[in-house]
Design a binder for this molecule. Structure first.
Ligand SMILES: C[S@@+](CC[C@H](N)C(=O)[O-])C[C@H]1O[C@@H](n2cnc3c(N)ncnc32)[C@H](O)[C@@H]1O
Length: 401
């Protein structure tokens, strides 16, 4: 086995330069934990629209170490079961487990603001690499990590043992947290959630921090950082963009196939006020998910090749169909919820407010309700003061009870 100490130092230098790594304690963790130990049996590299399997055993050791220290996310499982040792050539598939890019892992765990003795719960063990970094920093007894996929969990557990950490690795649905070891000082999720489960709030000590990616679209998710209050609520804000695979139990079945049945009965048709193509941008995509939770953006084309765009909310049997008409877009909406009306209100209010960044979004979580807003009394800068009060299109409440 090749000693990767110099690659780890280079990785740490790169992470410092990128601003992802700040504290000496986390730098020591990056320099100590060999990422290659966590990539067994291998990885899939995305090349030419397919996934090329590369296994640890079949590779030249120097090449394997080079791959392990690329700054990219390394996919370790496709379609919920396939590992690199099970195929001999490039395959298609959807990533379902990975070693997240070290830049994102480190910037997230730096944002956790951990202190010695803190108990941390990680949701989404994946390869176990991020859990190993936390074990190095906090000690193995202070880290609990949950992975939903039994095979992935077993491999991570073995890798953590090889790296010298006998931490508490749980196989199960991390959306439920892990009550047996609660309460925690910090909860961090490395899979995206549609909303932060109240179980995590309940299992976090007052003053404790939860960090998780909120959103179910690949291009419109926000990294939420909330602090738990004495009264069992939590509040905080979106601190940046992040992109993670969806928590498995929350992953929506993609709407596909013949769309004509889903759009057969429209209740209204009109010209749009803003282009639906805005939803390709990150912040508008995030706002769309706040305004129309559960909606999916779907693309298609007419038999003549004209572009078609849809919002579908299968659970609420609602749709918005967009057709380019030369000068702009027409929208047909059907079902109990006028999806585009809600999204368009949010997008126009956001534009009127000067198009603030995702980091302007605040959130409050109670057992019954998740509230997101931009502006309001909590924001005191002058630029935001004109949104206060009357812009209800910049406030979204997801009532659960
Ligand atoms: C991006 S990977 C985690 C990366 C990991 N932290 C690392 O450093 O290797 C996301 C993982 O979350 C897991 N996952 C998805 N839904 C989950 C859930 N509901 N509970 C626990 N783990 C889940 C996936 O199986 C996947 O292994």
């Amino acid at each position: 086995m090749i000693d990767s100490a110099s690659e780890r130092r280079v990785l740490a230098d790169r992470l410092v330069q990128a601003g992802a790594l700040k504290s000496p304690a986390w730098r020591a963790a990056v320099e100590a934990v060999p990422r290659e130990l966590f990539l067994n049996p291998g990885v899939f590299l995305h090349e030419g629209g397919q996934w090329r399997p590369v296994t640890a055993v079949g590779s030249d050791p120097a090449e394997w170490v080079r791959i392990a220290y690329t700054p990219d996310t390394l996919t370790t499982q496709l379609d919920g079961h396939l590992t690199a040792d099970q195929v001999s050539g490039p395959v298609a598939g959807l990533p379902t487990s990975s070693s997240t890019t070290p830049g994102l892992v480190l910037s997230m765990i730096e944002s956790l603001d951990v202190e010695d003795g803190h108990q941390v719960l990680e949701i989404g063990t994946g390869t176990g690499y991020s859990a190993a970094l936390m074990c190095h920093r906090l000690g193995e007894d202070n880290v609990t990590t949950i992975e939903v996929d039994p095979g992935v969990a077993a491999r991570a557990d073995a890798a953590l043992e090889t790296a010298g950490y006998s931490t508490w690795t749980v196989t199960g649905d991390g959306l439920l947290g892990h009550p047996r070891r609660a309460p925690y000082d910090r909860v961090v999720a490395t899979c995206a959630v549609r909303r932060i489960p109240y179980a995590w709030v309940r299992q976090t000590k007052p003053g404790g921090i939860i960090l998780a990616t909120v959103g179910s679209w690949a291009n419109g998710a926000g990294l939420a950082q909330v602090t738990v209050n004495e009264d069992g609520t939590a509040e905080g804000r979106i601190i940046g963009r992040a992109s993670f695979m969806q928590a498995r139990s929350q992953a929506a079945t993609p709407v596909a196939g013949d769309l004509s049945a889903r759009t057969a009965y429209a209740d209204s048709e009109r010209q749009t006020k803003v282009s639906p193509l805005m939803m390709d941008e990150w912040m508008p995509a995030f706002l769309t998910q706040l305004a129309a939770p559960g909606a999916q953006l779907v693309r298609a084309a007419t038999s003549e090749g004209a572009q078609l765009l849809y919002l579908f909310d299968p659970e609420r049997e609602s749709f918005a169909e967009f057709v380019a008409d030369g000068s702009g877009w027409r929208v047909r909406q059907g079902g109990p919820v006028a999806l585009w009306d809600a999204v368009e209100d949010a997008l126009t209010a956001w534009q009127t407010a000067g198009g603030p960044d995702i980091t302007a979004v605040r959130l409050h979580i109670s057992k019954e309700c998740h509230t997101y807003w931009i502006g309001g009394q909590q924001i005191t800068t002058r630029t935001s003061s004109h949104w206060i009060g009357d812009k209800s299109a910049l406030r979204w409440q997801h009532q659960l009870a």
